[in-house]
Design a protein around this ligand. Structure first.
Ligand SMILES: *Cc1c(COP(=O)(O)O)cnc(C)c1O
Length: 391
């Protein structure tokens, strides 16, 4: 048999699951230029509209002048520079944790944290819809992996009650990346505290967006003092790149010793850390961005309800329209593109079978008129495709 890549790719194509990256000819913002044409962009994770902010770009440029481009080594060798240290301290303060530790990206932060905390003889409990990097991290750790029904604390509690693992690590997205709903953190913490388990929250989509000061899911749900392991990413609302894990002194020291994706990789460029420091300051101070985002999301939900579309239970900037079949989601995405809107069709294996969807995301860079145009285009696309979203 061997490596019959052609057959494998053909099969993928036949399933309507073949993917290719659209080639962007512009920075990430309200609009995007693809193949020489300008589109309204409703598919980025740049929720606060900061990815191209001139103040953050200036901080990046100034820091590159001072620190160069490459950090030159891993943190533990000689790559840990002043901007990294300053950013770790600022992130810890922002999240109300003792310390924070930088990673190159969220995928690596999750792999590093989970494999440093659990191994053979331990157990990991994950929401079924957790991000792929968390599921991979659980596998890689060698701990026994258990998945529970989405956002069901009772299902988690009964799994925990039956487990005799040495260490139990419960992991959830704070805000689910493909659904936009929020994990019931207080109920999870009750279950964890009753069964001597630790909770880890991946807040890639909550940090910067939720809570009045953008401190994320824990503050939004009032559990900031109860979650031992908090992970956030910098490439979404903060508009830069990288990620961090925050928690106690002992947690961070443990990660420095045992997280292989921290130890065996080059530190992010110091200029990225400096740019993120500038971004964090804007995130904290400019709460109008979160208020505008909330207003845009509400406008969209009102309009979609008037059109009779059943939206998912989401109050966040992630507002997916569930379609079902892969081919339908693709066709709708193409029609929207014909109308000048960039919205991606998310298909399995990113989402469960039969739950292909249009993942619509909002940004503080959008205007009310953009939302209205989106609603009109959605209605037109559904009519042209003779498609009725779940009502
Ligand atoms: C995007 C994302 C990650 C990965 O973060 P990167 O910095 O992009 O590698 C991890 N977890 C969740 C929930 C995400 O949405």
């Amino acid at each position: 048999m061997g490596f019959d890549l052609r057959a494998r790719l053909a099969e993928r194509r036949a399933q309507h699951r073949y993917r290719t990256p659209p080639l962007m000819h512009s920075s990430c913002g309200r609009t995007a230029v693809v193949d020489g044409r300008e589109f309204l962009n409703f598919c980025s994770n740049d929720y606060l509209g900061l990815a191209g902010d001139p103040r953050i770009v200036a901080a990046f440029r100034d820091a590159a002048d001072q620190w160069g481009v490459g950090s030159g080594a891993s943190h533990l060798v000689c790559g840990h520079q002043s901007p990294h240290q300053a950013l770790e301290e600022a992130l810890a303060e922002h999240c109300g944790r003792k310390r924070a530790l930088l990673f190159s990206n969220g995928y690596m932060a999750n792999l590093g944290a989970v494999t440093a905390l659990v191994g053979r003889g331990d157990a990991v409990f994950q929401d079924r819809l957790n991000h792929a990097s968390l599921l991979d991290a659980g596998q890689l750790s060698g701990a026994r992996s258990r998945r529970f029904a989405h956002n069901q604390p009772d299902a988690l509690a009964s799994l925990l009650a039956r487990s005799d693992a040495a260490r139990k690590l419960v992991i959830t997205d704070g805000v689910f990346s493909m659904d936009g709903d929020e994990a019931p953190l207080p109920a999870y913490l009750d279950a964890c505290e009753a069964h001597d388990a630790w909770l880890m929250v991946d807040d890639a989509h909550g940090l910067g967006v939720l809570d009045g000061a953008g401190r994320g899911s824990l503050w939004h749900q009032g559990v900031q003092d109860r979650v031992p392991v908090y992970m956030g990413t910098l490439g979404k609302a903060l508009g830069t790149a990288g990620a961090f894990v925050a928690g106690s002194d002992e947690l961070i020291e443990t990660l420095i010793q045992f997280a292989r994706t921290y130890v065996y990789t080059t530190a992010m460029p110091a200029a990225v850390a400096a740019a993120t420091l500038a971004s964090l300051d804007i995130v904290r101070r400019e709460s109008w961005r979160r208020e505008k985002l909330t207003a845009l999301v509400q406008r969209f939900r009102r309009g979609a309800a008037e059109l009779g579309y059943a939206l998912m239970d989401s109050k966040t900037p992630i507002q997916p329209l569930l379609v079902g079949e892969d081919a339908d989601a693709l066709a709708l995405s193409r029609r929207l593109r014909d109308n000048g809107l960039l919205i991606s069709a998310i298909r399995p294996p990113t989402v469960p079978e039969g739950q292909a969807r249009l993942r619509i995301t909002f940004s503080a860079a959008h205007e009310e008129a953009d939302v209205d145009r989106l609603l009109m285009s959605l209605e037109a696309a559904c009519t042209q495709h003779a498609y009725t979203p779940a009502r």
